[in-house]
Ligand binder design. Structure first.
Ligand code: ZN
Length: 293
């Protein structure tokens, strides 16, 4: 029987569980809202139990912060999330108790970055940002995720304020006006009273948003010098955003270092339908299964 791999994309608003084959093709998937931890994870367990026989490993790409240090007492936990009921919850422990399989644990953005790298093996380094309800970023160098004692947290880096945005104090519960507080989806509604998808394209709020996202790209460029920076997530699904970000990036970087052509360098995901994390999880599960053999 051919081997199957599992993916759990644990998002702040929904979970996507999927089964993939050895070619990392999605065979089945299901999604459900992120509710209380036990109820939500039980749905994931029930989904994977149908494939008991041929399922060899699962990778979980989760919203964060999470503990990914294998030697930590709280490895596998969601840690300081403001999301109700999920702070300090042992996600991997819960899954492990019911699914006797190797489980890989990383952030949703690391899983997405890995998926994009699988699709373009010529890339040796990349950064993947998601700009949605929150902001996160994962970075890969060679075969490894960038991170020391834990995963990167580039969504909460500090940015220079846009001169027309000084009245807004930001929506991050930890820092106020960090990148996430100023550029994630909720900041659009907090400034305008209108949900992002309903704000007209000529509103100046998009320029403000792009200014912060471009700063994130400049910081990632200067810190890591990656070959490519990919922007996924709901905010970037607005078609005009990428062009706006490229333009502001060019102005801010001001030719200081050489980067590839911006239409190549700053890109939306190559894998459609927000499935980068799913493909990345299949590949991480496959790699884990080969390591524990
Ligand atoms: Zn923050």
């Amino acid at each position: 029987m051919s081997k199957l791999y599992g993916s759990i994309e644990a998002g702040g608003t929904k979970f996507v569980c999927a089964i993939g084959n050895e070619a990392l093709v999605i065979l089945e998937s299901t999604s459900f809202p992120t509710d209380k931890p036990e109820e939500t994870l039980q749905k994931a367990v029930d989904f994977f139990k149908q494939y008991d026989e041929s399922l060899v490993a699962i990778s979980v790409g989760s919203f964060g912060p999470i503990d990914v240090a294998l030697d930590s007492k709280t490895y596998g936990y969601v840690t300081t999330t403001p999301k109700p009921n999920w702070a300090n919850f042992d996600m991997i422990g819960f899954l492990k108790a019911q699914l006797d399989l190797p489980l890989y644990f990383t952030t949703d953005v690391n899983a997405s970055a890995f998926g994009e790298k699988i699709l373009d093996p010529s890339l040796n380094s990349l950064v993947y940002f998601t700009i949605g309800t929150g902001i996160g970023a994962g970075a890969i160098q060679g075969e490894d995720f960038i991170g020391g004692i834990s995963h990167a947290e580039m969504g909460h880096t500090f940015v220079k304020r846009h001169p027309d945005d000084l009245a807004f104090s930001g929506s991050c519960p930890f820092h106020g006006d960090c990148l996430e507080g100023l550029a994630a989806g909720p900041s659009l509604e907090a400034r305008t009273g209108i949900r992002g998808e309903n704000i007209s394209l000529d509103s100046t709020v998009w320029d403000i948003q792009a200014y912060y996202i471009a700063q994130a790209a400049v910081s990632a460029t200067l810190t890591l010098r990656p070959e490519k920076i990919i922007f996924g997530g709901g905010v970037m699904a607005q078609e005009h955003m990428m062009a706006c970000v490229r333009q502001q990036f060019a102005t801010l970087l001001n030719g200081y270092v050489t980067v590839p052509d911006l239409t190549e360098y700053l890109q939306v995901p190559s894998i459609a339908n927000n499935a980068s994390a799913t493909v990345g999880n299949f590949a991480l599960a496959k790699r884990l299964a080969e390591q524990v053999k």
